[in-house]
Design a binder for this molecule. Structure first.
Ligand SMILES: *Cc1c(COP(=O)(O)O)cnc(C)c1O
Length: 453
């Protein structure tokens, strides 16, 4: 086995395909439903919002989907991304486990998000889209799509969740630097935004609300399309470049993971790393544990119901079967803005339901503690969202210490925290509130779930 700590894949070895887990599922996914007819949605229902190429990928059963040449060329600016063995963390934890992490913070915007942003902007450009609308939580997605749209010359409007718009002014300025327009959500530009503001002018906003605003604006104009940064099948699939690279890098390391860990907001960075490994698990019956880590304040996988629900608060999207806290739930304003979504990707929800993955929920203080410990030994400051994966990996490594088992653990360090230092400051000043699980709020939102037999 290698003594190295970094595993750089040569550019020429970068995988040329994305992996579509739909092809290997032991049981197929429940289809999205039209909210009016309750029939499965067809391509025509989605055509006002997405380019046909992405609609095709959303329902594709092909195992490998070729990454277009121009997308591969842009990926090469930061891909293949490095895989590290966390030897200093192993020593710090005094664990017999081996811990590896794939680092997606090397992209231009500092997270995994450009992997799908570039692909989505490419297919939109091919089909003549002039303008895209989208939502963003902490601003990672907005800045990544702004980067991609600037490359392809597409206009972009970003509806940014109000609490983050106010807490994270630098993210907004990055979007502006790339030429995008960033609006605090809920806004008075849309009917959905106005309806929410009329109910509660002081709302902190939510991803569910921002999605309604972006979808509404795209549906109104034939040259405008909508883009989502997570949750949908095609988004998860674009992220599998992460896992496809890691399969090759683990081979270079002469190792294979027993335990995979990722943080889950909508599920895309988690899926990007773990789907190629889950595919092998299904095909070759390998015993791999896969753990999704989410915040206690927004615990869709661990506490949500697995039912049909809307993807947005304004009830404009198709109904999808997923673990959900209810589309009317407004998660508390924690620092992990990227994890504040009421639902979970249908594909990730399905995998949880069939027992292929497990889920854990952590509080934000214990996650920041893990993030700080990680930074002090490994030198990289994780994004607040990514600290949930760090926490999950550390917990798994400490379990190995207790049992004396030298397992191999692999986690996704999906982004750096350079724009989130205010959150670290609050942690150091002891100003972080422990995540409150708003049981009453969630129960109320669950009562308002659409009733579907
Ligand atoms: C957006 C984001 C997330 C949450 O989204 P997923 O789709 O669950 O990956 C997590 N971490 C970072 C750094 C993000 O930017």
């Amino acid at each position: 086995m290698s003594d190295r700590i970094k595993f750089f894949l040569e550019e020429s070895k970068m995988p040329k395909t994305w992996y579509n887990i739909a092809a290997d599922l032991p049981k197929p996914l429940s289809p999205p439903l039209h909210p009016g007819t309750l029939k499965p949605v067809g391509p025509d229902d989605l055509a006002p919002l997405f380019p046909m190429a992405l609609i095709g990928q959303e329902v594709s059963q092909d195992k490998e989907i070729e990454i277009p040449g121009p997308v591969r060329e842009i990926y090469k600016q930061w891909r293949p991304s490095p895989l590290y063995r966390a030897r200093k963390l192993e020593k710090f934890l005094d664990t017999p486990a081996k811990v590896y992490y794939k680092y997606e913070g090397v992209s231009p915007t500092g997270s995994h998000k450009p992997n799908t942003a570039v692909a989505q902007a490419f297919y939109n450009k091919e089909e003549g889209t002039k303008k895209i609308t989208t939502e963003t939580g902490a601003g990672q997605w907005g800045s990544s799509l702004a980067f991609a749209c600037s490359i392809f010359g597409i206009e972009l409007d970003v509806y940014m969740v109000k609490v983050s718009f106010e807490q994270k002014p630098y993210r907004k300025l990055i979007m502006q630097t790339y030429g995008a327009r960033c609006v605090s959500s809920p806004s008075s530009e849309t009917e959905s935004g106005k309806a929410i503001l009329a109910k509660d002018p002081n709302t902190t906003g939510s991803l569910g609300i921002a999605i309604s605003e972006a979808v509404e604006m795209a549906a109104k104009d034939k040259n405008t399309k909508y883009s989502l940064g997570s949750v949908l099948n095609h988004v998860l699939m674009h992220q599998t470049i992460i896992g496809n690279e890691t399969l090759l890098q683990m081979e270079m390391a002469g190792d294979y993971p027993d335990i995979l860990v990722g943080c889950t907001g909508g599920g895309s960075n988690f899926s990007g790393l773990v789907f190629p490994f889950l595919g092998k698990k299904f095909r070759e019956k390998i015993n791999t544990r896969v753990i999704a880590c989410e915040p206690k304040s927004c615990p869709s996988l661990t506490k949500g119901k697995y039912v049909y629900d809307f993807g947005d608060t304004g009830r404009l999207t198709p109904l999808v079967k997923m673990h959900t806290l209810g589309s009317q739930f407004i998660p508390p304003a924690t620092h992990s803005g990227g994890l504040r979504y009421h639902g979970m990707a249908p594909m990730v929800s399905h995998l949880k339901e069939i027992g292929a993955i497990e889920a854990k929920a952590y509080g934000q203080k214990e996650c920041f503690e893990a993030g700080v410990n990680f930074a002090r030994v490994e030198g990289i400051v994780p994004a607040p969202e990514a600290t949930h994966a760090v926490k999950g990996a550390i917990e798994a490594a400490l379990e190995c210490k207790k049992n004396g088992k030298g397992k191999t653990i692999l986690f996704n360090l999906c982004g750096h925290g350079h724009f989130d230092m205010k959150a670290y400051g609050d942690y150091f000043d002891n100003k972080l509130e422990e995540d409150k699980y708003d049981e009453a709020g969630i129960n109320k939102a669950l009562e308002e779930l659409p009733k579907i037999a």
